[in-house]
Design a protein around this ligand. Structure first.
Ligand code: BES
Ligand code: ZN
Ligand code: ZN
Length: 507
């Protein structure tokens, strides 16, 4: 991974191959942001003129590089767009800085050492005490933007990520930076783990391999990891996980990760959907819809990532992460539409559509999580296509009890992840009534994300504050890379979960 450091030295005096400055989009043209003063001085006060000649606009995601021809030690100067300059001298919001840092570092792949100057806390003038959220955003953006997935390229592995990023801060910033850098490194390495797991081809990441990855990630940090195999699942009656997995030759697992820093205190249970490939089962998906269904374990990966990040950061809160994992294939022993499964805890579910499998594995794990008597319960899942219809591909839907849902949304805002509160309308619940069993696994198609949430709610332990995050769209970027988000696996929900754990730990 890219190494990150902070320096209070004049940016142009830090040895580097590239010097990055921020440019905002002002009402009358581009506005060079704070931090670029020493570069401008080395260029004889002509930075603004150079940028104008290069037609730099400052719009978000724009990266413009130009040679400095000996005017300053770094051979390359780079202008990165910050988007619209905030009105009335307000600071740039942290997410703009996070994205700009990501765009710059991503574009500079192949460069060894880059100095990053971005306006911390204010436009045009660096404040003596940069807001930690700004620092946080820039450090995260830089690390997240350096991600690449090249394991499966043998011909042209592409350019190496920037080896070292030096963050230009002032003295006060440097004091604050230590903890911020350590946090960013823990969060970014959790996000990178999630992206790797999501990007790995489904033939190389079955439930067994996902469990092995959890064991490995946990072992490094002293997190206790227990894995139930198909025999243990059968013995204990995990009918949802087993039912979904029975059409595949690759057996299902239930992963449990426990980070327990103290006996007393708050306990949070996290549950993530871990379908290593979702063909739809006998309710087969069309070919094009299947192309990206290796991402259907993005929720499980996020839970594994967040639990390990909590341990790496030594957060003072108990975290128990569950990842029910199975492969949803239409093999000869697959569940059929109209089969009835007995879930963990005894509830009987009529499976009318085998493609609504996520809720079945989650139901088992939610009931199991209740046995830990957690104070809070959050599940994350690439659960419904309806999430994409409702909120688009980049905004996750959050459901649950009003208070818990709003806490998750608040955490997402601080973390810089797009999530939006959604209701669980009670009138939709009746559509889950089955003619033969306690429930059926599909309900009203209109509001499909909400019906799925209502299904899960049936399995939430009584009295436990609960939220459900549907990341069907956000977990995987089908489009081009932007900001700090690469193509493919994005690591969605990890930063929000870590922020939520920090919030809950703080009381
Ligand atoms: N894994 C899918 C949801 C999904 C769709 C994730 C698109 C990412 C992108 C899930 O298992 C599924 O297929 N859900 C069905 C439910 C329906 C049958 C009630 C869906 O959304 O179509
Ligand atoms: Zn499905
Ligand atoms: Zn699925």
């Amino acid at each position: 991974m890219t190494t990150l450091s902070a320096s209070a030295a004049t940016p142009t005096s830090v040895p580097a191959d590239a010097l990055v400055v921020g440019v905002g989009q002002g009402p009358d043209g581009p506005v060079v942001a704070g931090g670029a003063e020493s570069l401008d001085a080395d260029l004889g006060g002509r930075l603004g003129a150079v940028l104008a000649d290069l037609a730099v606009t400052g719009k978000e995601g724009e990266v413009t590089r130009f040679p400095t021809l000996g005017a300053t030690p770094a051979a390359l100067a780079v202008a990165v767009g910050l988007g619209r300059v905030p009105a009335d001298g307000a600071p740039y919001d942290p997410e703009s800085l996070r994205r700009a840092a990501g765009s710059a570092v991503r574009a500079l792949a192949g460069v060894r050492r880059a100095v990053l100057t971005l306006p911390l806390a204010n436009v045009g003038a660096r404040q003596p005490e940069p807001a930690p959220d700004d620092l946080r955003a820039v450090t995260e953006g830089a690390l997240l933007g350096s991600y690449g997935f090249t394991r499966y390229r043998t011909r042209d592995p592409g350019k190496d990520p920037v080896a070292a990023v030096v963050l230009a801060v002032d003295d006060a910033g440097q004091r604050a930076a230590k903890a911020v850098l350590a946090r960013a490194e823990a969060v970014a390495s959790a996000v990178a783990l999630v992206r790797d797991l999501v990007n790995t081809p489904p033939g190389d990441l079955h439930p067994v391999e996902l469990a092995a990855a959890a064991v490995e990630a946990g072992a490094r940090l002293g997190v206790q990891v227990d894995v139930l195999d198909e025999k243990a699942l059968r013995k204990a009656g995990y009918g949802g996980i087993l039912g979904v997995g029975q059409g595949s030759a690759n057996p299902p697992r239930l992963i449990r990760m426990a980070y327990l820093p103290g006996r007393a205190g708050t306990t949070v249970a996290l549950v993530g959907k871990g379908i290593t490939f979702d063909s739809g089962g006998l309710s087969l998906k069309p070919a094009a819809a299947m192309e990206w269904m290796k991402m259907d374990m993005g929720g499980a990966a996020a839970v594994i990532g967040a639990t390990t990040a909590a341990a790496a950061l030594r957060l003072p809160i108990n975290v128990i992460g569950y990842a029910p994992t199975a492969e949803n294939l239409p093999g000869g022993s697959a569940i059929r539409p109209a089969d009835v499964l007995t879930m963990y805890g005894g509830t009987k579910v009529e499976v009318l559509n085998t493609d609504a499998e996520g809720r079945l594995v989650l139901a088992d794990a939610l009931v199991r999580a209740g046995e830990d008597t957690p104070d809070y319960l959050v599940d994350v899942a690439t659960l419904t296509g309806a999430q994409l219809v409702a909120l688009g591909s980049r905004v996750a839907g959050v459901m649950g009890d009003d208070t818990m849902r709003d806490r998750v949304v608040a955490a997402s805002q601080r973390a810089g992840e797009a999530m939006w509160p959604m209701p669980l309308p009670p009138e939709l619940r009746a559509s889950l009534d089955s003619d033969v069993a306690d429930l059926k696994n599909i309900g009203d198609r209109n509001g499909g994300m909400l019906t799925a949430g209502l299904f899960l709610k049936e399995f939430v332990p009584a009295g436990v504050p609960w939220a459900h995050i549907d990341i069907a769209g956000p977990a995987f970027n089908l489009g081009d890379a932007y900001g700090y988000t690469p193509k493919g696996g994005t690591g969605a929900a990890v930063r929000t979960l870590v922020q939520l754990l920090e919030d809950l730990a703080a009381g």
